[in-house]
Write a protein that binds this ligand. Structure first.
Ligand code: HSE
Length: 338
């Protein structure tokens, strides 16, 4: 079956997805039996293009390179829902920016697809954090699949590891570094860079949220913890119930002092199910350099999952980035097509 892909949101991540699809077309078919056409791309800034027979990705990417828009291609007219229907899409890749208050516009896109039996992969934390149960049920009722690997640790396959890799284990707790921006900033501040310059660099590299207070105040890590609580423990831990402290008060001298004491400052996020109450937290901690998470630098994320049957399992990999998050969408689509 040919996967007919609609893409909602073509910023850094969506563009990276199109680039990977274009570059790896043959490899994806040969190695994974994954054949595709991109039939719709909708972006607030770049414009909307649609072709049920498959868009010319080379031309679309060239237009983006030259004009930062799709203006060199014929523009499609109509609402997202109408275009989704007319495009004949079988899968929606949803990569619009996260809005943790409303989940929009991603929530509307995802509902539109699932209610039509169109499977969805999303990197958008808002809809998953706000409407996980509703969307899961909507998918089930319409015979569609819903995947969200990219909402935590970008393309590093934590969700797949938890759903499939450690199947049969009970998870007792997990703790890790789940925000790339703040880990990048703490690393740079440890090298002497000022807070503002470190944040500006994280933004330039595409790690930060559209509103970076989401990163530095710990909201982004908190939402990931809230999502993991739901997926792993079926527990409703709203984001504002996660114990949360960000890195806004961490200073380069404090990091320097910690270093002198043989420690690193890390923003740790965790879930502890070892007692009767599930504890969810995000907090900067000084950890000894011998701790496995102390040497995780830059935008890299890492998480240690404590299980009954396997003991500790640690996963380390990129937690943010355009290509890395584009890979999350691609990986989900390949898995769903199987
Ligand atoms: N702003 C997020 C981070 C992006 O820095 O980790 C990935 O969720």
């Amino acid at each position: 079956m040919i996967n007919k892909i609609a893409l909602a949101g073509c910023g850094n991540v969506g563009t990276a997805l199109l680039e990977i699809l274009h570059e790896k077309k043959d490899e994806l078919r040969e190695k994974y039996g994954f054949e595709y056409k991109v039939v719709l791309v909708s972006d607030l800034m770049k414009g909307v293009i649609m072709d049920p027979e498959g868009l010319d990705l080379g031309a679309a990417l060239e237009s983006v390179r030259e004009t930062r828009t799709f203006e060199k291609l014929p523009r499609a007219e109509g609402s997202f829902e109408e275009l989704l229907e007319r495009s004949g899409a079988t899968v929606l890749a949803e990569g619009t920016p996260t809005n943790l208050k409303t989940g929009e516009p991603g929530l509307t896109h995802i509902r539109a697809a699932l209610s039509r039996g169109i499977s969805v992969t999303t990197t958008n934390k808002g809809p998953i954090a706000l409407a996980f149960d509703e969307l899961t049920e909507l998918a089930k009722a319409n015979g569609a699949q819903l995947s969200y690997e990219g909402v935590v640790m970008s393309g590093t396959p934590l969700i797949d590891m938890m759903k499939n890799g450690v199947a049969g284990c009970s998870v007792l707790k997990l703790e890790g570094i789940l925000n790339g921006t703040t880990n990048f900033m703490l690393t740079k501040m440890g090298e002497g860079m000022e807070y503002g310059a470190a944040l500006a660099e994280a933004q330039a590299l595409g790690y930060a949220e559209a509103d970076p207070t989401g990163d530095v105040e710990g909201w982004d890590a908190a939402v990931k913890v809230s999502i993991l609580a739901k997926i792993l423990f079926g527990a409703d831990v709203p984001v504002d119930k996660v114990e949360r402290t960000g890195i806004t008060k961490v200073t380069p001298p404090q990091i320097e002092e910690a270093k002198k004491n043989g420690c690193a400052v890390k923003l740790l996020a965790g879930l502890d199910a070892s007692s009767s109450r599930l504890r969810a937290y995000v907090e900067p901690k000084e950890i000894p350099m011998s701790h496995p998470l102390a040497s995780i630098n830059g935008a890299t994320n890492a998480i240690t999952v404590t299980t009954d049957n396997l003991g500790d399992v640690t996963l380390i990999g990129p937690g943010a980035g355009r290509k890395e998050t584009g890979q999350a969408l691609l990986g989900d689509m390949i898995r769903m097509s199987r």
